[in-house]
Write a protein that binds this ligand. Structure first.
Ligand code: CA
Length: 229
């Protein structure tokens, strides 16, 4: 059985060769591009199932490529994993806000690369947008959006409206990294100005109230938060 088609956009030949080798070995169909422009036209022409996108590219950089992919209806839904160098948190944040699905910091091991790819493809094949009213169940934690109710080990937990919205937003997409700005945008109330800093305060409060389930909300250092997959 042929596995998914992955497009690698990467200008460093040794990394390209290494990634190509590991993905091919795993059975994926792999194609490569060494510049942003080339990658974009490959994405449009061959409809890959996933794109590994290096951020530092000569000419059109990864962020511009990501933005162009998202603007084009043909590639708007194609999962993108950004590949970044160490210390590029600002770019990671920008990329996530432009619609990238995840990121991978160099240097990475083949094992981490493959597990990220599998996770993103798995999410893609799942229904991306859960019904707003369907309860979410994670072992000891139950979230009832219809009732604004949260149960930890069967016991109700009192959350503020904003805490509830933050929790529900993150838990609706386990494994996805969200920036503070994305969280603010998603939970923005009508009467309550949520700021970047306020998101951190909400998270601290949430973890405390969730007690043994507080660990579900993970901090992604320098970037934001995610609900454990
Ligand atoms: Ca590069």
């Amino acid at each position: 059985m042929t596995k998914e088609h992955i497009l690698i956009i990467e200008d460093e030949e040794d990394i390209l060769a290494l990634v190509h080798y590991n993905l091919s070995k795993e059975g994926y169909r792999v194609s490569c591009a060494t510049s942003g422009e080339e990658g974009l036209s490959a994405a449009r022409g061959s409809h890959p199932d996933l794109i590994l996108l290096d951020l530092m590219l000569p000419g059109m950089d990864g962020l511009e490529v990501c933005q162009a992919l998202r603007r084009d209806p043909q590639s708007a839904a194609t999962p993108v994993i950004m590949v970044t160098a160490k210390g590029e948190e600002a770019d990671v944040i920008a990329g996530l806000e432009l619609g990238a699905d995840d990121y991978l910091a160099k240097p990475f091991s083949p094992r981490v690369l493959l597990s990220r790819i599998r996770a993103v493809l798995r999410r893609q094949s799942r229904n991306a947008e859960p019904e707003a009213s369907v309860p979410l169940q994670f072992e000891d934690l139950t979230i009832h959006p219809g009732r604004n109710e949260v149960l930890v080990q069967g016991e109700p937990v009192e959350l503020t409206f904003t805490e509830f919205r933050v929790l529900h937003f993150l838990a609706s997409r386990p494994g996805w990294v969200f920036t503070r700005y994305q969280i603010v945008n998603a939970v923005r109330g009508d009467d309550y100005a949520v700021t970047d800093r306020a998101v951190d305060v909400q998270i601290v409060g949430l973890r405390k109230k969730l007690g043994p389930c507080g660990h579900y909300i993970e901090t992604v250092r320098g970037v934001g938060y995610r609900f454990k997959d």
